[in-house]
Design a protein around this ligand. Sequence first.
Ligand SMILES: N[C@@H](CCC(=O)N[C@@H](CS)C(=O)NCC(=O)O)C(=O)O
Length: 221
Amino acid sequence: MAPSITLWFLQASRSIRIAWLLEELHQDYNLKFFDRMSNMKAPDEFKSGCGNALGKAPSLQDGDVTVFESGAITEYLCEKYDEENRLMPRDAKERVKVLQWIHASEATFMLHALAITYARWNVPAHCKDNGDLAAMEKGMSANVQNDLEWLESELSASKGGFLCGDKVTAADTMMQFSLEFIMGTNLGTQGKEWPAINKWLEKCRACEGYRKAVEKTGHRL
Ligand SMILES: N[C@@H](CCC(=O)N[C@@H](CS)C(=O)NCC(=O)O)C(=O)O
């Protein structure tokens, strides 16, 4: 039977969060894969077909339901398909921790890091030459470094090596992309090392579900 789920996937993007989650949930899905255009935007076919009014990735269709915003897609998929509560714990205290990371991945980590990306993309060339951009980045790195300190200390205290214990949860499937993006493009890191974060990223990359998602989608940052 054809899978009911279709993932609109843009290379390289937050879409990998959802592909990884679908693998962890053992759900089959159709993949609509698109490369970015030279201006980094999604192509028109993606924007007109994905069902997200903003034309952003990821977007997911499941039967007659369309969901976008990676955090909302994550909550939707867990509610519908995580019958054993592996990705989203049933226990209220554990569940709230996972929800906190799901929301922090976008509303804290990506928010602060993207301010730097947008500055890099948009400042006039002379600001790059005269050091203004570097000064801006230094100022904006304060928020990112706070976020990274928090994550570093949580991971250092984690007994199982993942964000919420010894198994992957939706906290990891959401947060991993944010950190790959921040570390991979040195957004606010200012040359500092984050050993617990790096170790956790290695652990995420080694997960079978993540490797399957990368293989199926061709995701590469
Ligand atoms: N908060 C949204 C962000 C969506 C978003 O900005 N997606 C980017 C890729 S990571 C995108 O579609 N960019 C292409 C474009 O703007 O055309 C989410 O978590 O899904």
